[in-house]
Design a protein around this ligand. Structure first.
Ligand code: DAT
Ligand code: MG
Length: 139
């Protein structure tokens, strides 16, 4: 995957609360184009693998339970400086600390149920994209 791409998930709270369309709109209005997208639900094994880096953290069990609790939207996004610009668009992990105008400020419920995922590096964006999409699902 090119380094001008990032990976996102609209998390179960965002879908449950009816924010899917508004969040996708914010993403497109911020200049990202959609290179892959699917509406799906993570299995326990998928959620554990996706968040394996957090396996030793006290919130890991809760995180896996939450991320498998309902459907998500997974997507690969393209834009110049995609990873950093998307992290800026989503805002801080804890919505209480997220800046005005960010997706998490507008839509996240809490630090755990925070509406949206964004890759933290080009390397992880590529790994996460391939984790969720087959080659013929990426445009
Ligand atoms: P981010 O999603 O902003 O990259 P992260 O990679 O540090 O944040 O953590 C991944 C997810 O784990 C985060 O989106 C929500 C959950 N999480 C992180 N810290 C948490 C905490 N202290 N309590 C509960 N959930 C937490
Ligand atoms: Mg992270």
């Amino acid at each position: 995957m090119a380094t001008n791409r990032t990976f996102t998930m609209l998390k179960p709270d965002a879908i449950e609360n009816g924010h899917m369309g508004k969040i996708i709109d914010m993403i497109i209005n911020a200049g990202f184009s959609i290179k892959a997208m699917k509406y799906t639900q993570l299995s326990e094994a998928q959620a554990k693998e996706f968040y394996a880096v957090h396996a030793e953290r006290p919130f890991y069990g809760e995180l896996v339970e939450y991320m498998t609790s309902g459907p998500i939207v997974a997507a690969i996004l393209e834009k110049e400086n995609a990873v950093a610009d998307f992290r800026a668009l989503i805002g801080a992990t804890d919505p209480a600390e997220a800046a005005d105008g960010t997706i998490r400020k507008a839509y996240a419920e809490s630090k755990g149920r925070n509406a949206v995922h964004g890759s933290d590096s080009d390397e992880n964006a590529a790994i996460e994209g391939v984790f969720h999409f087959a080659a013929n699902e990426i445009f």
